[in-house]
Ligand binder design. Sequence first.
Ligand code: FAD
Length: 85
Amino acid sequence: MSVAEPLVQPLDDANQRLLDAVHPEDWRNPDLPDVYHLVVAGGGTAGLVSAVGSAGLGARVALVERALLGGDCLNVGCVRLRPRR
Ligand SMILES: Cc1cc2nc3c(=O)[nH]c(=O)nc-3n(C[C@H](O)[C@H](O)[C@H](O)COP(=O)(O)OP(=O)(O)OC[C@H]3O[C@@H](n4cnc5c(N)ncnc54)[C@H](O)[C@@H]3O)c2cc1C
């Protein structure tokens, strides 16, 4: 994906709410410690589980996501494709 492409289309109300939740425009990184136990590249299912699980055990974890937090499963795959009742 090129950085010039919108992350989700069309940019309607529903997709704007999605972007606000998983790629907030006003996101600022917190003050960064010098040392981490774990740096996770990618905030999809695998990255989120690794990061949250490790942090829960007391590790200092950095999670780096370049697009949509939640990755394919939570944004376009497993959850979004399910019919809504
Ligand atoms: C249409 C569809 C339907 C699906 N339905 C199901 C289902 O019903 N049940 C099921 O179990 N699975 C389903 N899957 C599979 C499921 O989505 C994947 O198995 C799961 O998303 C894999 O998780 P992941 O964290 O490995 O990768 P991803 O979800 O792909 O997450 C990777 C993340 O890493 C980020 N990233 C990549 N490179 C970098 C980088 N250099 N720096 C920073 N961030 C980076 C990406 O932006 C992305 O957010 C479906 C997939 C699709 C496409």
